[in-house]
Ligand binder design. Structure first.
Ligand code: ADP
Ligand code: MG
Length: 599
């Protein structure tokens, strides 16, 4: 019988391998920027067209390549950065696998122009589908220009898989930020469709952050510095008051390479404990210096995941360093202004230890029996009161629970109360209902906005004092795209060429002091996750507004508000699920309860 195994032709192997390295335009951006840095460039320009789908060009003023190296660079496992496996443990470059250019050339058209200082003329090479199409000599400045056009032109399945330009550009900007923050000594410029999005002159880390995120960040940065035998840490965290509802500003760098580490993130969240209001995320830009032999960055092809030899110590050091900085810069007291008094322990209780509550069970009590409000509260309240007095718990939930209960029970209806500042407890027929207040309100707002936008029937409140906001080029683009539908939702605004947004009217359901954050969150939603699973602009905008304006967990609701929310929810078309397909309530029927009690 004949042999049936054959080696895949190079260009096929390359295309398969490319899938690992090149997932989207942003992956190309990352590889090209890193190559420019490895080449010692002091200025790097990134030029993008159609969110990188048409063109990605990186121009650097680094070392350049010889004519032979220019061709070799596109071979798989062709690298100038390591010679033997031992070098892997003392890496000082971004790249080392020698795979990026081979992968890119397998799925795009590439034009390389490069010149070393010692060469008179530059080498120009054109490659498509892993094949060199031409090579010539040209006049060009020292350094390298790499043009990658029509990404995935020969892999239609992958090209179709790309997201909208807004989403792909967001990914590109994210990569650009990561690289630019890690290398503040290099001058970076980013152009998209001919417009300059960023011009970041070389400087220190702080200046770089202000250039990227705006000068308002200056007052919010808290320096972090720590040096131990395990690691050196430096950088900044954001004051808790600057914390945001989105995860945009979270950056870890290990030996100057951006990494993701849920583990280290946890350490930071832990250090911020009690300082952030619910639903907000801490911001950080932190650099770790670690001996290369104590980390493994090679476990993920795109090299953002990392393993540490001594995770536990790192965690402890990071947590302590951040805590220390937040304390040193007296960040905590500033926060006291908007502290929820519910979270404070009554001071006379602070030193008492918790006692086990005595609970007396009323055997005759049946919550599903129709009874007058008075009898309900008189049955419950003595026990709750004694619980409160005896426990002296530092957990705010019990105290809150009690206060809500008391508030409600003194009112007319007992069929509804708020639990843990988070759930509405009610009953229907013979079932107990536990409703998540935030999700419930998201559903209510979502359906109401859908309705209003579709019928163009939003009621607008004109603002006496217009709100102002500075827009990035990215946000400006989003605004253009969404302006008519935003009008229909009840927003009145205009923006000028300089990117200043003036908001003169907002939907009447939106409180005035939320006007700006509505826009900020809207932009971040439009750029990020919500966009990807929305089926229309109307749907997307309604989801975003619902998410931003909803009553959050942790908010104490007056009885009337509880009642309103409950009524509104059950007037919705789909009261079971939030707009993000999450369960809004759980119900326990009498039968289920009977079962639980073995009745
Ligand atoms: P790696 O970066 O892992 O070595 P690449 O495929 O990204 O692999 O690049 C292959 C080689 O091409 C590099 O090792 C380097 O020698 C050369 N090279 C790539 N980009 C540049 C550049 N912008 N300037 C100079 N040399 C470059
Ligand atoms: Mg590389």
């Amino acid at each position: 019988m004949e042999d049936i195994i054959s080696l895949l032709p190079d260009h096929v192997a390359n295309q398969i391998a490319a899938g690992e390295v090149v997932q989207r335009p942003a992956s190309v951006v990352k590889e090209l920027l890193e190559n420019a840095i490895d080449a010692g460039a002091s200025k790097i320009q990134l030029i993008i067209k159609a969110a990188g789908k048409e063109l990605i060009q990186v121009v650097d003023n680094g070392l350049g390549m010889s004519p032979t190296d220019s061709r070799l660079a596109f071979e798989r496992h062709a690298t100038s950065k390591i010679k033997q496996s031992g070098d892997l443990f003392s890496l000082h470059t971004k790249g080392f696998r020698g795979e990026a250019l081979a992968s890119i050339a397998a799925v795009a058209q590439v034009d390389l122009t490069t010149r070393r200082e010692t060469d008179e003329l530059a080498t120009k090479i054109k490659i498509a589908a892993s094949t060199v199409k031409s090579q010539s000599l040209e006049v060009a400045p020292v350094g390298t220009s790499m043009v990658v056009s029509n990404l995935f032109y020969n892999v239609p399945a992958r090209r179709n898989f790309l997201k909208s330009n807004t989403v792909e550009l967001r990914h590109i900007i994210d990569e650009f930020h990561r690289v630019a923050i890690a290398h503040s000594d290099i001058h970076f410029v980013l152009y998209q469709n001919g417009a300059e999005l960023f011009d970041l002159p070389s400087g220190n880390l702080k200046r770089r952050l202000l250039h990227i995120f705006g000068s308002k960040l200056e007052d919010k940065l808290v320096p972090v510095e720590e040096s131990t035998s395990v690691t050196k840490i430096n950088g900044f965290v954001l004051k808790p008051i600057a914390s945001r509802r989105t995860r945009g500003q979270q950056f870890f760098f290990v030996n100057n390479r951006f990494v993701k580490s849920p583990f280290l993130h946890h350490a930071i969240t832990n250090a911020y404990e009690g300082l952030l209001s619910e639903g907000n995320y801490p911001g950080y830009f932190l650099f770790f210096d670690l001996p290369p032999e104590t980390i493994d960055i090679n476990i993920h092809p795109t090299k953002t995941e990392i393993k540490f030899e001594d995770e536990q110590s790192l965690y402890a050091i990071l947590r302590a360093a951040v805590k220390h900085s937040l304390g040193m810069f007296q960040v905590a007291p500033i926060l006291d202004f908007d502290r929820d008094p519910n979270l404070d322990t009554p001071y006379q209780q602070q030193n008492k230890s918790a006692l086990i509550p005595k609970i007396e069970v009323d055997k005759d009590f049946n919550p599903f029996q129709n009874q007058s409000p008075q009898s309900f509260s008189s049955k419950l309240s003595p026990q709750w009161e004694s619980l409160y007095q005896e426990v002296g718990s530092t957990e705010s939930s019990k105290i809150n629970l009690l206060s809500s209960l008391e508030e409600t029970s003194s009112k007319e209806s007992v069929k509804l109360f708020q639990l843990m500042n988070r759930f509405l407890v009610s009953s229907t027929g013979s079932a107990l209902l536990l409703i998540d207040q935030q999700r419930a309100h998201e559903r209510v707002l979502y359906e109401s906005f859908l309705n209003k936008i579709t019928n163009a029937s939003a009621t607008i409140q004109q603002l006496l004092f217009p709100l102002k906001m500075e827009l990035s080029a990215m946000q400006q683009g989003l605004l253009d795209e969404f302006s008519s539908i935003l009008n229909e939702a009840g927003f009145l605004f205009n923006s000028n060429k300089k990117g200043e947004l003036t908001i003169t009217g907002i939907p009447s359901v939106c409180s005035e002091n939320k006007g700006l954050s509505v826009f900020e969150e809207l932009f971040s939603h439009l750029e990020n996750e919500i966009r990807q699973d929305s089926f229309s602009q109307t749907d997307l905008l309604s989801k975003s507004l619902a998410k931003t304006l909803s009553i959050k967990r942790g908010k104490v609701l007056k009885h009337e508000e509880q009642q309103q929310l409950l009524d509104d929810l059950f007037a919705c078309k789909e009261p079971q699920l939030s707009p993000f397909n999450q369960q809004i309530f759980v119900s326990l029927s009498k039968e289920e309860l009977d079962k639980k009690f073995n009745l």
